[in-house]
Design a protein around this ligand. Structure first.
Ligand code: GLN
Length: 212
């Protein structure tokens, strides 16, 4: 049995709910920091559902693929027969990948590992170096009001090539692309769920109501 503290559906909702109780947002919970995404969703008054099996995708309004380790994520996704249903659902509902989730969504990661291939982009993994080269930097994100966003980059990837359907949402000062959107699919190299700022999660939730 999952203990109460382990189950994101039981985490306390914090005061500034935005009245999105009807939304059911899935968080892929195979590996990585899915719990932190669940906490932010709860804080926004949204019901998260941990997704571990294909049937957990039914009835979702949106899906978040968390950070972690993309090779492990891909292998577990194959093991639990999620890869094909994830490809099929992408776009019919908004999907957002953070860090390893971004890698998993890409079309090409320059290595032989299981990926969804749903975002028309090439990704370089661990583009800033090793774990000790992780960093935090304030970044400007297109479409996000309220000033710069605190970007947390942990052994982060960068997007090195983008296809014509991809819109760049954020570049670092040196021009490297770290956030993109392709219709209702979005991906960030950084981890908004590890900050106290729920604006990016609100931005994602706004896609649920937007036309596909
Ligand atoms: N370096 C990891 C990968 O390529 C991603 C790290 C993360 O999600 N913070 O899978």
């Amino acid at each position: 049995m999952v203990s109460e503290s382990q189950n994101c559906r039981k985490t306390p909702a914090l005061p500034f709910a935005v009245g999105k109780m009807a939304m059911l947002i899935g968080v892929l919970a195979l590996q990585g920091d899915f719990y932190e995404h669940c906490l932010v969703l709860r804080r926004l008054g949204v019901e998260p559902r941990e997704v571990r099996l294909p049937e957990h995708l039914q009835g979702l309004s949106g899906l978040i693929i968390p950070g972690g380790e993309s090779t492990t994520l891909g292998k577990l996704s194959n093991t639990y027969r999620l890869t094909k249903p994830l490809r099929e659902i992408a776009g019919s509902i908004p999907v957002w990948g953070t860090c390893a989730g971004l890698v998993f969504m890409a079309k090409d990661v320059g290595a032989d590992q299981p990926i969804l291939g749903i975002l028309d982009m090439v990704v370089q993994r661990n583009a800033f170096g090793r774990q000790v080269d992780s960093f935090e930097e304030d970044i400007d994100i297109k479409g996000l009001e309220g000033g710069p966003f605190h970007g947390v980059f942990i052994r982060a990837p960068v997007i090195t090539e983008i296809g014509p359907r991809i819109e760049v949402l954020c570049r670092l000062k040196d021009g490297r692309v770290v956030a993109v959107r392709q219709g209702r699919l979005i991906a960030t190299s950084f981890h908004p769920e590890l900050t106290n700022d729920p604006r990016f999660h609100k931005y994602f939730l706004s896609l649920v109501d937007s036309p596909s």
